[in-house]
Write a protein that binds this ligand. Structure first.
Ligand SMILES: C[S@@+](CC[C@H](N)C(=O)[O-])C[C@H]1O[C@@H](n2cnc3c(N)ncnc32)[C@H](O)[C@@H]1O
Length: 280
């Protein structure tokens, strides 16, 4: 992964974490992100089409307000991951920790939830949220998802929420995920996915709109990479298909004819739940 891309990602999320620590709305890409100016917040009132309304009231009610406000994902992987008591879960790019805290409750006191993030400010925010939540079966680790600081075959379930699309070396992320999973372990990830071919300029702009940094994989490319890594039982399930017209202002600012783009690529950009298994 290039140092430049890593530095850009770290800087964007460091700023987002600082805003969340100050009690402000989280945001990954600032006011130019979309028409509502609040890309990357889970506050449904701001109408963000990507991050709003991902968690139900019971989930939100079980967490400190700051942990919910700091959510920057594009799905709800723990809701779909079928976590069991006693299991060990690892969240790749755990941010403010919302999915780690939800996982910790699901695996119970005999289980454990790890969060892994490379951004110091995010780790500080996540540890504060953990302390406010009073959850003890959680550990936040500093590191990169391309070099996971855990031993081979030590994790039952890998979750992640809108992070793998940010990596410049997806093959390494997937092979690291495979390495740390126990045989029979599950990969259960929310990610931005593109379905079918899309003109390069539109693709880049829409990826920036959805994920703040271009890098989403095309669906068949994602499946191919998982297969080549050794995963089986692979599935890609769309959870939210984006309406390109919602990106109108963002696309126009990039010099792209939003109406033409909407007609060309409608239905192709989505958040999806990606599942796979490390065979026994
Ligand atoms: C879109 S936010 C998602 C945060 C969290 N999963 C959520 O749902 O709120 C991306 C997070 O991944 C972290 N991240 C991005 N690339 C990473 C990498 N290569 N290694 C470790 N962490 C990374 C960022 O620091 C940031 O906290």
């Amino acid at each position: 992964m290039s140092d430049t891309l890593r530095d850009v990602v770290r800087e964007k999320y460091g700023e987002a974490a600082k805003r969340a620590i100050r009690g402000e709305k989280s945001s990954c890409c600032g006011s130019s992100a979309n028409s509502s100016g609040c890309c990357g917040t889970s506050d449904s009132s701001c109408g963000d089409p990507i991050t709003s309304n991902l968690y139900n009231e019971a989930e939100k009610g079980s967490l400190p307000e700051n942990a919910v406000r700091a959510s920057l994902g594009c799905g709800n992987p723990t809701a779909l991951a079928e976590l069991r008591p006693g299991e060990t879960v690892l969240d790749l790019g755990s941010g403010g920790g919302i999915d780690v805290l939800l996982s910790a409750r699901r695996v119970g006191p005999t289980g454990k939830a790890y969060g892994l993030d490379m951004t110091d400010e995010m780790l500080e925010l996540a540890r504060k949220n953990q302390s406010d939540a009073g959850v003890t079966n959680v550990e936040f680790l500093k590191g990169e998802i391309e070099a996971i600081p855990l031993p081979d075959a030590s994790v039952d379930v890998i979750i992640s929420n809108c992070v793998i699309n940010l990596s410049g070396d997806k093959d390494r992320v997937l092979s690291e995920a495979f390495r740390v999973l126990k045989p029979g372990g599950r990969f259960a990830v929310s990610d931005v996915v593109v379905r079918g071919p899309v003109p390069e300029a539109i693709r880049k702009s829409l990826e920036l709109w959805v994920g703040c940094v271009a890098g989403a994989m095309e669906e068949t490319e994602y499946i191919g990479k998982l297969e080549r890594t050794g995963f089986t039982a692979i599935g890609v399930e769309p959870t939210r298909v984006y309406d390109v017209s919602e990106a109108r202002e963002f696309l126009s600012a990039q010099g792209i004819d939003a109406d033409a783009a909407a007609q060309q690529v409608q239905g192709q950009f989505m958040s999806a739940f990606v599942r796979a298994t490390r065979p026994k």
